[in-house]
Structure formats: C-alpha cells, structure tokens
Design a protein around this ligand. Structure first.
Ligand code: SF4
Length: 324
C-alpha cells in the first residue's frame, strides 16, 4: 500500500464565525420560524454561498434591491454589512416589515460618521470602493460629506475643505497594517484630524489577522476558508503572504482546492474568514486527510466571548418569575 505523505496542520485560533455573522444568520432563521417563508433578505446575508444556499433551502429569498420584493407583509432582513439610509426609508415608505441584521460594530461606525457630520467635520472613510459595507456607510450622509480613501497615495492626495475640521472612520474588515499606514499619512498631514474613539476595525478581523501572523511564518502553505467576496477572508490571505507564507490561498469549498499548490508540503496552516462556517473547515481538513497522513493541532487559545442582542421582535419572551 502506498503511504501518504505526513502533514502537520495548524488550525489558527480564533477563526471562522464572528458574533455579527452569527447574529445575522440567527435573525433570518428565527424570522423564518416565527413568520414562515418567504423571508426576503436584501443582499447575501453574509458573504458565504454555503450559508446563503442553506437559508434559501429553508425559504429565504435573496434580492439586491427592495423593488424586487412584491407588496405584502413578508418580512425583509437587511444584511450584516449595513445599508444606506435610503433603504430603511424606502422600506418604511412601502410599509414593509423589516429586520435589520446590520452588525452592531458596523452600526457603531454609522453613528460615528453621523456625529462627525453633525459637528461640522468632513469625513474620510478608509475602505474599499464598491464593497457593500462602504456603500452602506457612505449612504448614511448626503453626497459629498464622505470621501473614500483606499490607499496611502489617496491619503497623500486628499485635499480637505478645512484641515482643522476633518475626521476619519474605517471599514470594519480591513488589514490592520495597511490601515495603520494610511492613518499615519493622514495624521502626519492633518494633525488636528479626529480619530475614532475606539478602533473601527472590528475585534473579529483583528483577532483572525493576529492568529494568521503567528502561524504563517512557520508553515509551508496556508489555507483561508472563505469566499472571494468576503473582505476579511481576502485580507487574511494578504496577511499570511506578508507574514512569510507566500503560498497562502483562499479556498471556498474542498472541491475547489488546486492540489498542485500543496505538492511536497509538510506543514499547513488553516484559518477561516468571519463568514465561513465550521462545516467548511471540517470539509477542507477531510480533503487533506484523503491525500496526506495528517496531524492537527490548534494554535493559541484565544476565545471570543462577544455576543450581540437580537432585534426585539425576535427575542424569546422572558420566562415568568416563579411566584410573580
Ligand atoms: Fe461584525 Fe466584524 Fe463580524 Fe463584520 S466581521 S459582522 S464587523 S464582528
């Protein structure tokens, strides 16, 4: 019998689902349970096809815009990435019943941007053009109130109306290192710039990048389980490459693995973006087990204890207090 080559797999910790993704999926599932199908969802609830397909099988109907939804009383859920203000306004105008699954950490950025605007500051949003979260954040304010800055070169070229009255906010899923370079350029040029009270890049993005930085220099290859449209997953590939693992690759599903990339390796790191379920990580490990004699260990012990409340309409009623 042919022996399989040995492969030591290090599972990065933490990895996979964050509290915002978990909450968004629960909102759709609970809405289906409580109100029945169909439940309309504006945009992919989270950027993962496996998750979206699973919810579609249960009766969720995914649309990109509200005008694709027929009149009626079926609920509509807004995705975890957040929406421009025009979306809830449009839903109200049509008397739609909507549930907002925007991650509370994205809502926090929306609140900050609104506060800066109310206090007369021009706002810079550090983020990636076209990403749905960026569209949602820019759409909190009138056109021209927010300028998108994607790179250090953009930060160097930015000309504010008044350098004493500017502030910046960021997308939540950026590379921590890239963003700090952009922030350094802005602070050097505009010492009076108002900074976020607390980092806008979320805890889940930061923790997953830190875990990858620790593992990447010690492995021959690193797999990030996640979707190409998932910003935080794509950032994890870049972080791994910059941390010393050239052979870092995004894998959506086990059947899409390009095995030529893993010929001759003896060590592998595996992580998953914040919207990738454990089932997909298990599937990828199983695929490696078919070809290699694997030994799996976990890196780090960092556990995350963050949870977010569900919308009021979906919370379980409190159990009655005995004797009350
Ligand atoms: Fe919220 Fe961060 Fe998760 Fe996005 S990645 S849903 S901002 S916790």
């Amino acid at each position: 019998m042919q022996t399989r080559p040995q492969l030591d797999i290090t599972l990065c910790a933490p990895r996979g689902f964050c509290a915002g993704v978990d909450r968004a999926i629960q909102i759709v599932e609970l809405a289906l349970e409580k109100y029945g199908a169909p439940v309309y969802v504006r945009h992919a609830i989270v950027h993962n096809k496996y998750v979206v397909d699973g919810l579609r099988d249960k009766g969720a109907v995914f649309v990109e815009e509200l005008d694709e939804i027929p009149d009626g009383d079926a609920p509509v859920v807004f995705s975890a990435h957040g929406v421009p203000k025009s979306v809830p306004a449009g839903a109200k105008a049509r008397n739609m019943f909507f549930l907002d699954a925007t991650c509370p950490l994205v809502s926090k950025v929306h609140i900050e941007a609104n506060r800066h605007h109310a206090e007369g500051r021009e706002i810079i949003l550090i983020g990636h053009a076209g990403h749905v979260e960026v569209i949602g954040t820019m759409g909190q304010l009138p056109e021209g109130a927010v300028t998108l800055v994607e790179t250090v070169a953009d930060a160097e070229a930015f000309e504010p109306r008044d350098p004493e009255k500017i502030a910046f906010v960021t997308q939540t899923t950026l590379s921590v290192d890239d963003t700090s370079e952009i922030v350094a350029a802005l602070r050097r040029r505009f010492p009076a710039i108002t900074l976020p009270h607390k980092e806008d890049i979320c805890y889940a993005t930061t923790n997953r990048q830190e875990a990858v930085k620790a593992v990447a220099p010690n492995v021959d290859a690193l797999v990030v389980v996640g979707a190409p449209e998932s910003s935080n997953s794509v950032r994890l590939v870049e972080v791994a490459q910059r941390s010393g693992c050239d052979n870092a690759v995004l894998v959506e599903r086990a059947d899409k693995i390009d095995w030529s990339r893993f010929e001759g390796i003896s060590t592998l790191g595996i992580t998953a973006g914040a919207s990738a379920p454990d089932a997909l990580v298990d599937e990828v490990i199983e695929a490696f087990a078919q070809r290699f004699d694997i030994k799996v260990t976990a890196s780090g012990q960092q556990r995350e204890h963050i949870t977010f409340n569900l919308p009021r309409e979906l919370r379980q009623p409190q159990a009655a207090t005995p004797g009350a």
